[in-house]
Design a protein around this ligand. Sequence first.
Ligand code: HEC
Length: 139
Amino acid sequence: MTESRRTVVTAFVVLFSTVVCVSLLLFFFGRPKSDHGENHTSSAYVVTVSTNPLDIKEGRAIMDNNKCFSCHSINGVGGTVAPSLNGVKYRKSPEMIFRWIKSPDSIKPGTAMPQYPFANDQIRKIISYLETVDSVSAR
Ligand code: HEC
């Protein structure tokens, strides 16, 4: 084997091993967090639901001020392009509701639900309000 040929072979072996290592790393650590539809893994932020009436009132006010009801409804009042939020507490854990407000795209890529730049505490108050909203019996 000539010197230059040896260099080419060495370069190839180095390149090949690098590709294999990177692929393995990506396979084990780089798996995307969400795939199709909903992802039910818990988020890092643990939501402490408040039962303080002031927090609950503020949560509702944040929703009124941010046009949530142009899409969502509660007790039949509001928009119809998004699911009613009556009884959302029975369908979603506080952590999932948190993620729906904080980063809807991480749950459902391409969703019409906008991402809001709320502080975690504001979202916590919204959730505290939503925890008081029961299912409405339409019939
Ligand atoms: C432009 C319309 C729009 C606005 C405004 C909007 N949402 Fe949504 N939201 C959606 C849609 C659409 C979904 C359902 C997404 C899906 O399933 O694809 C959704 C889903 C949700 C969910 C999960 C509901 C469930 O039953 O799974 C919550 C909670 C939620 N939104 C809260 C809010 C809050 C709080 C606000 C205001 C801060 C808000 N949304 C504003 C469109 C909107």
